[in-house]
Design a protein around this ligand. Structure first.
Ligand SMILES: [Zn+2]
Length: 219
């Protein structure tokens, strides 16, 4: 009997985090982008591995240490195989590992450009109540209020107003709207009193067709 639509948003940044530091060739601070390549140096039983970055302006390389003088036998076999083959999925995981990157370089530029995949996971398409669960596999630089405004087609001031009236409730406390979205975070909207609620719910759920399909309707 639930009159609530449940959706999951998977939020993926379009660009990897980019370290910013003084490029020895350019002579000033520049962002560096990852090149999609690893360098592996095996010396006896120990190995070093780096992820290769390039200066945005001059292509000068920076080798980000991933493993330093590590015993190959200590590494998970899957990681070792991925290192040796230069597995793109493994490289992508390293490139998006913001916490590890921060340990090597303090200033990091994060793109606010994200892709959002919306999937209806249950409930009625005619609900005025919607629960959005956020899946955030990689850290994103975008604030949650900006993300919601863009994806729901609303002004940011409206997002703030809905939160102020209790019609928008975000998991994670009072300042959560001003911070980037977190994996597993919930966003609950109660739009029974909103004249434009229908359009907001359609935007939240992706497409109207998808919602109708979930509801078992065929036309
Ligand atoms: Zn440069």
């Amino acid at each position: 009997m639930s009159d609530r639509l449940s959706v999951r948003w998977t939020i993926v940044p379009r660009d990897c985090p980019r370290p910013v530091f003084a490029c020895p060739t350019c002579g000033g601070d520049r962002p560096f982008h990852q090149s999609g390549k690893l360098r592996l140096n095996a010396n006896g039983k120990r190995l070093d591995a780096w992820l290769i970055y390039k200066c945005d302006d001059c292509d000068r390389t920076w080798n980000r240490p991933i493993y330093e003088r590590r015993l190959a036998a200590e590494l998970p076999p899957d990681d070792l195989a991925a290192l040796r083959s230069g597995d793109p999925a493994f490289i992508r995981r390293l490139a998006f590992d913001l916490a590890a990157l921060r340990r090597k370089t303090p200033v990091i530029a994060q793109s606010e450009e994200v892709g959002v995949e919306k999937v209806v996971t249950g409930g009625s398409a005619h609900a005025t109540d919607i629960e959005i669960t956020l899946a955030v596999p990689y850290p994103v630089g975008l604030r949650l209020d900006r993300l919601l405004a863009a994806e729901l087609g609303l002004a940011r001031s409206r997002i703030v107003a809905l939160a102020g009236e209790g019609q928008l409730v975000v998991g994670g406390g009072g300042n959560a709207l001003k911070r980037p979205p977190r994996d597993g975070q919930s966003v609950h909207l109660d739009l029974a009193d909103a004249s434009d609620g229908r359009g907001i719910i359609d935007a939240a759920g992706g497409t109207a067709n998808c919602a109708a399909h979930m509801n078992g309707q065929t036309t």
